[in-house]
Design a protein around this ligand. Sequence first.
Ligand SMILES: Nc1ncnc2c1ncn2[C@@H]1O[C@H](COP(=O)(O)OP(=O)(O)OP(=O)(O)O)[C@@H](O)[C@H]1O
Length: 290
Amino acid sequence: MRYGNRDVLAGVSFDVHSGETLVILGPNGAGKTTTIEILEGFRRRSSGEVRVLGVDPDHADEGWRADIGVVLQSWRDHGKWRVGEFLAYQGSYYTPFSSASTRRPWPVHDLLEAVGLADQINTPIGRLSGGQRRRLDIAVGLVGRPALILLDEPTAGLDPEARSEFHRIIHTAGTRSDTTVLLTTHDLDEAEILASRVLILAGGSIIADGTPQELARQIAGTDEVRWTENGVPHARSVAESTGFVRELFRQNGNAIADLEVHRASLEDAYFALVREAEATRTEPVEPNAA
Ligand SMILES: Nc1ncnc2c1ncn2[C@@H]1O[C@H](COP(=O)(O)OP(=O)(O)OP(=O)(O)O)[C@@H](O)[C@H]1O
């Protein structure tokens, strides 16, 4: 993707498999929204190949669109509509695309129940709180029971309870078991909870691609195990903490107390990778002649 003479995405190449939850991480301006918008068909790429559910999004038809759910960073304003009637209206678009295997749309009452907005069914959208509004955005993304759902920062502005409800919705609530989810977030804990795979974008390129565990191990390398033995503190960095702890207990289980295992986290990996990518992009500074 190029704006003017500036490439904002270059050499970005990845596959997403059916049923996967792919989380795209990256600093501000990395190109996450641009990537999602190209996949949605909202933005025309400058060059390259894209197939989404087997179709080029730049030449897709209504049937393709009905298979895709979208949650944008912010939805257009429909302040005077009531929540229930707005969802029924959005859902009616999907009726012609209903089949025996995928009943469309998702009935309004059930969907509002699933996203925690059942009590707001008659509330005008303009009177929803920010978090309730975000739940509605998510409901709009799900109303067609999509095969693929694309979400741009879906949990921005949600309180911790709403956030964890959202995680539950993404995992289960009525979505098809083979639903593929692609989402962007700045929340590394969320990525660790949701992702079957993580892509890290920085400066318009993919700098990492793997499961959260693979990325954490690849970068941070080791787990930290701490314990006391007969009251004496010990600490050890090990590659595989489960086996180490098993052996520790086998050898001297009764003397061991205060066991703590700190596993290498996605957060450790994320910061290490982004720092490395940013360092290699920085122009070398001329040494001072003095
Ligand atoms: N219409 C546009 N014209 C020119 N440049 C643009 C346009 N839209 C986006 N960009 C640039 O493309 C780059 C990628 O932007 P994008 O919004 O995809 O990043 P992002 O990773 O989603 O960022 P954030 O985390 O802040 O949402 C940025 O440098 C941005 O300034």
